[in-house]
Design a protein around this ligand. Structure first.
Ligand code: UGA
Length: 439
């Protein structure tokens, strides 16, 4: 099928590449000419494992094209996906102006003779956005245009987006008519995954409800971790024990510094805001947010308790990205932690396998911070090591080498990457989340 994706951000570009990979002919459109020029040269503006190879392969096969022209994309595409940003407004609601603009541009480009078009919203949006998109196309489009509107939320995780897209747990799309639903079934026929076809509003709600539920699991386990700290229980064992219940599941029960990234913080705020505007204040989600915000202060308090004062201390920081396998620092708890440590007068030597560049560019890190050449030189002369991101190479690090490099062998592990007994054997003071400190 001929598909068009408008917006070559994280979702648009990865989705476009994966649609091409399964055999569709895809045009990715973006109004940023520099971005399109980069992509045409084979340069990928984001770090996502496997994406560069997939783009190169599908461009060479002639299945993936890039353009700055919405009109060109609308003309060629039987299905037009909207994958533009939906940033948060200061009050937590969602700024839908990019969606509205694209819907208008699609309406102004489409011609009656171009056949039935399906306009699909892939961006994460509040429930009822599909209705607005349909109204906009009707209002600004020419008479006689035949189109359907669908909502098709994505469930990809940064860092494993390609696998999530090519081998999804489920495919969800919502439409209000069978003709549009048939088109969506054809789009997804090359994928081997269960399909849930719903109405537009349910599909929109599924996305916010799914992300909120995952965030709820994280805040839940972080609260249980607090009880563990107060009672001497071990959160890793508790998570294992409750996660063995198939009804609960072990995933997203990793206690730590809480969730960050470009999705959860924004989506939870948006869901709270939508619920409120619909007349149901979602109090439970407000608690999820509060618990998440408090994790960082709780962790800082632990560090302060052991180090006493930050001023003039040299802290090694492992992790800047909001999670492993990404260079993304948006809403990264690691960055917030670094900002607080710096503001209290400590110096930081930071290391992240991928996110040093993005942290320098977008992290707003002011103060005495340097960026190390590698994971171990980061530790030289440090009075404490703070681990803020769950990169696997941090958990596999050589503890003897850590101890050798540091001035004081103390680890504050915000992601529970080490076994406390193993660290203790090395003579390293170890503080983590939901487990008693080993000194
Ligand atoms: C999340 C969802 O997992 C995807 O399904 C969804 O499609 C995506 O948002 C989106 O809305 O686009 P992502 O933000 O890439 O994906 O990252 P996650 O892997 O979900 O991690 C989010 C945050 O939660 C990270 O900061 C991570 O460190 C934290 N986390 C995750 C925990 O603290 N504990 C856990 O057990 C799991």
């Amino acid at each position: 099928m001929k598909l068009t994706i408008i917006g070559t951000g994280y979702v648009g570009l990865t989705t476009g590449a994966c649609f091409a990979e399964v055999g569709h002919e895809v045009t990715c459109v973006d109004n940023n000419p520099e971005k399109i020029a980069m992509l045409l040269k084979g340069e990928i503006p984001i770090f996502e494992p496997g994406l560069a190879e997939l783009v190169t392969k599908n461009v060479a096969a002639g299945r993936l094209k890039f353009s700055t022209s919405t009109a060109e994309g609308v003309e060629s595409g039987e299905v037009i996906f909207i994958a533009v940003p939906t940033p948060p407004m200061p009050d937590g609601s969602v700024d839908l102006s990019f969606i509205e603009k694209v819907a208008r541009e699609v309406a102004e480009s489409v011609q009656p003779g171009q056949g039935f078009k399906v306009v699909v919203d892939k961006s994460t949006v509040p429930v009822k956005t599909g209705q607005k998109v349909a109204e906009t196309i009707k209002r600004y489009g020419p008479e006689g245009v035949e189109f359907g509107v669908a909502s098709n939320p994505e469930f990809l995780r940064e860092g494993c987006a390609i696998d999530d897209l090519l081998n999804p747990d489920r495919i969800v799309f919502g439409t209000h008519d069978e003709r549009t639903a048939d088109v969506m079934r054809r789009v997804y026929s090359p994928f081997n995954a269960p399909v849930l076809a719903t109405d537009v509003e349910s599909a929109e709600l599924i996305k916010h409800a799914a992300n909120s539920f995952l965030a709820l699991k994280i805040s839940y386990i972080n609260s249980v971790a607090r009880i563990c700290e107060k009672s001497g229980a071990d959160i890793e064992m508790v998570a294992e024990g409750i996660g063995m219940d198939e009804r609960i599941g072990r995933s997203f029960l990793n206690a730590g510094l809480g969730y960050g990234g470009s999705c959860f913080p924004k989506d939870i705020k948006a869901f709270i805001s939508i619920s409120e505007s619909l007349g149901y204040p979602f109090e439970l989600l407000k608690q999820v947010e509060e618990i998440n915000d408090s994790q960082l202060d709780h962790f800082l308090a632990k560090i302060r308790e052991s180090l006493w004062v930050f001023r003039e201390k040299k802290i090694a920081l492992w992790g800047l990205a909001f999670k492993q396998n990404t260079d993304d620092v948006r809403e990264s708890v690691a960055i917030k932690l670094a900002q607080k440590i710096l503001s209290e007068g400590a110096s930081i030597s930071a290391w992240d396998p991928e996110a040093v560049g993005t942290a320098k560019k977008f992290g707003n890190l002011e103060g005495d911070i340097t960026y190390a050449e590698d994971q171990y030189s980061c530790l030289d002369g440090a009075e404490a090591l703070v681990i803020a991101t769950e990169w696997p190479q941090f958990g596999n690090a050589d503890l003897a080498e850590i101890k050798k490099r540091m001035r004081n062998p103390i680890i504050f592990d915000g992601r529970n990457l080490f076994d406390p007994a193993t660290v203790a054997q090395q003579g390293i003071e170890y503080h983590s989340i939901g487990r008693l400190p080993v000194t």
